[in-house]
Design a protein around this ligand. Structure first.
Ligand SMILES: *Cc1c(COP(=O)(O)O)cnc(C)c1O
Length: 411
């Protein structure tokens, strides 16, 4: 398994050796998140399209020769990754594009794309001989970490805003995490978690701080490339909160390009909720930095006013000639049933946000006729039933009587 060659600050380019690297750049502070880079020429010798074809490991660990985990014994037993990528032909036709692919990452063991990051995060904690791992989360990183900590024998402390959906909080309690419900929003939870991690010396699973976590998320892009037989889509849509998932998508395609498996990167399109759009604003204003603000959207997983991985997010969009879009909460709610009915994939609000962005792009005439588009559904719909109910209301209630049924169904 490879040892990363070096870690590099995404803002100033300062290099760090993996053995004594800080979490983030010591010059740029929290803004200076690090890229994990490898000795690509030597990895290329063993990782090729033909070696992958023979690889029987149908999980993200099929890419372990380009993942930063050093000890095979650190790899958690939970099945993660290699989620389905569906081609949805009727909707592609309706939208007037060549092909539409839906990547269902809600199929991961705890129901979200965050499992990719937690798998690598808990493995790194074991690599480093740590016994305790902690994070702040809007919900999914928390439930995911608690599941992976459980199977890895790690103790976990998790900080979530007190408003996190009940399903997510219950999920992490079931897995046995120590849960701290912080009175405040995600930014407050993040700040308290960071202070506690400093104070108590726990391993930090925050994806926007710990550079190894995005390495887990990058496998989503790698799977898309491999599942499409290296014929990568023209654009990939993904929801953006902190900016780690979109940063991970970029990194996955970047690594595969460095390895010669693909010859270009797709355009990466980030979608934010209108009430939580600091990265969108920075992109549209062509600013070099992101201004933090308050967040307000029902899509809790992307309700992030102070995105910590903004530098990687902006780079993903800018370097791929991509775009950013915003969608209203009503558009997110409307996207949930239309996504499920077109593709069979039920996403939570943030999970359907990228799809809502695709609908908006179609409406604005931003899609080409010969375009091949992939949309990442980042989290499972059962995670947040209260909002799903807002989208579809209640079912018909009838007495157990055929005549009443006939009347109710208006047959
Ligand atoms: C975390 C999350 C996102 C956003 O990811 P970021 O890395 O914070 O940008 C989107 N959707 C779901 C379901 C998530 O859990």
């Amino acid at each position: 398994m490879p040892k990363p060659a070096l870690l590099k600050c995404v803002l100033c380019g300062k290099d760090f050796l993996p053995d004594n690297a800080p979490y983030t750049c010591d010059v740029c502070g929290l803004d200076g998140t690090l890229d994990v880079l490898y000795d690509y020429p030597s990895i290329k010798e063993s990782l090729s399209s033909s070696s992958l074809k023979k690889n029987q490991d149908m999980s993200l660990w099929r890419y372990q020769s380009i993942l930063p985990v050093e000890k095979p014994t650190s790899i958690p037993s939970l099945q993660v990754g290699w989620t389905p990528l569906y081609s949805v032909k009727p909707l592609a036709e309706k939208l007037g594009i060549k092909e539409l692919f839906i990547k269902d990452d809600g199929r991961n063991p705890t129901g979200s794309l965050k499992d990719r990051a937690s798998a690598v995060g808990t493995a790194k904690a074991l690599d480093f001989g740590q016994a305790v791992i902690a994070c702040a989360s809007t919900g999914n990183a928390a439930s995911s970490l608690s599941g992976f900590a459980a199977v890895s024998g790690l103790k976990s402390y998790i900080f979530v805003p007190e408003t996190a959906p009940a399903a997510k909080v219950t999920q992490l309690l079931i897995y046995g995490a120590t849960v701290v419900l912080v009175e405040g929003d995600y930014a407050d939870a993040f700040n308290l978690a960071t202070a506690a991690i400093d104070e108590f010396g726990w391993y930090n699973r925050n994806c926007a701080i710990n550079p190894y976590l995005v390495e887990g998320k990058k496998t989503c892009a790698m799977e898309i490339a491999e599942q499409l037989s290296w014929n990568i889509p023209d654009s990939v849509f993904i929801a953006v909160g902190d900016g780690c998932c979109i940063g991970g998508l970029y990194k996955g395609f970047y690594d595969f390009k460095e390895l010669g498996l693909i010859d270009r990167l797709p355009r990466i399109v980030g979608v934010q909720a209108e009430g939580s759009r600091p990265i969108y604003d920075a992109f549209k204003n062509k600013s070099s930095r992101v201004t933090f603000s308050k967040a307000n959207t029902l899509a809790d997983s992307i309700s992030v006013g102070s995105p910590r991985n903004w530098a990687k997010a902006l780079r993903a969009v800018r370097k791929t000639d991509g775009d950013m879009l915003t969608v209203k909460d009503e558009e997110i709610l409307a996207a949930m049933p239309s996504l499920a009915r077109a593709s069979g994939v039920f996403g939570e609000p943030a999970g359907a946000t990228a799809f809502a962005g695709l609908m908006k792009a179609a409406e604005k005439g931003l899609l080409d006729r010969d375009e091949r588009v992939a949309v990442v559904v980042t989290g499972n719909g059962l995670k947040d039933i209260a909002n799903a109910q807002k989208a579809v209301g209640k079912g018909l209630t009838v007495p157990p009587d055929i005549l009443e049924l006939e009347r109710a169904l208006q047959l």
